[in-house]
Design a protein around this ligand. Structure first.
Ligand SMILES: [Fe+2]
Ligand SMILES: [Fe+2]
Length: 215
């Protein structure tokens, strides 16, 4: 996928962003980007900006809401700076009920706690954006368009060097459901190879999108 920073991103939307630069220069984006650049490692921040660019490019291809996609991409790893202990403490403070796998897989918690931070720190109330943050790691069988874009963009953004990312990049602009299915499949393959636990939502995503693309 080749995405040019000056490409037109939202010609038909109510909002009038014409370039990725304009999106990044919006006061809300600047507020979030400033927070992220201070809290995340440089590598993580670069990843977030790459997800932003990739997701916005995909949003244009799939006629999605570019502004919502921009915010979801910026915020998807908003608490990735937290340690495992901080994530579990935050989850407890927010009285989040964790499922049995989330209780033993801290890597899953940043998506859950991130929703709370998006609401509290940045006043995000749009359910599509919050759903995208919530589901970006495991996926979900019934994701909305914004969530699907973030799920795929997080996997294929340009700094991802594994070969599976290159394979999904070939068709993500054309067939988003096929891309979602492939991401779930590759994640399951990876987790099986490692002998790690697989969250049921990842398997449900694999099944649901396999049905979608074959029916
Ligand atoms: Fe993440
Ligand atoms: Fe990410």
């Amino acid at each position: 996928m080749t995405l040019n920073k000056s490409f037109l991103v939202n010609r038909n939307s109510e909002s009038s962003f014409s370039t990725l630069t304009e999106l990044r220069d919006h006061p809300k984006s600047i507020e979030i980007q400033r927070y992220l650049s201070e809290k995340l490692t440089p590598e993580r921040y670069e990843h977030v900006l790459s997800v932003q660019e990739t997701a916005v490019g995909l949003a244009l291809c799939h006629h999605a809401d570019v502004w919502k996609t921009n915010l979801a991409a910026l915020l998807h790893d908003v608490v990735k700076w937290m340690s495992d202990d901080q994530l579990y403490t935050a989850a407890a403070n927010y009285e989040i009920e964790l499922d049995p796998i989330e209780k033993i897989m801290p890597a899953l918690l940043h998506a859950i706690v991130g929703v709370k931070y998006a609401i509290e720190l940045f006043n995000i109330t749009d359910l599509e954006i919050l759903e995208a943050i919530r589901n970006h790691t495991t996926g979900n069988a019934s994701m909305g368009l914004t969530a699907k874009l973030i799920y795929v963009a997080d996997f294929i953004e340009p700094t991802r060097e594994y070969k599976e990312a290159a394979q999904v990049r070939k068709f993500a602009e054309i067939d988003l459901d096929k891309a979602v299915h492939s991401v779930a499949r590759y994640k399951i393959d990876f987790l099986l190879q490692k002998g790690w636990i697989i969250h049921p939502n990842t398997i449900l995503t694999y099944n649901a999108y396999l049905v979608n693309i074959t029916s």
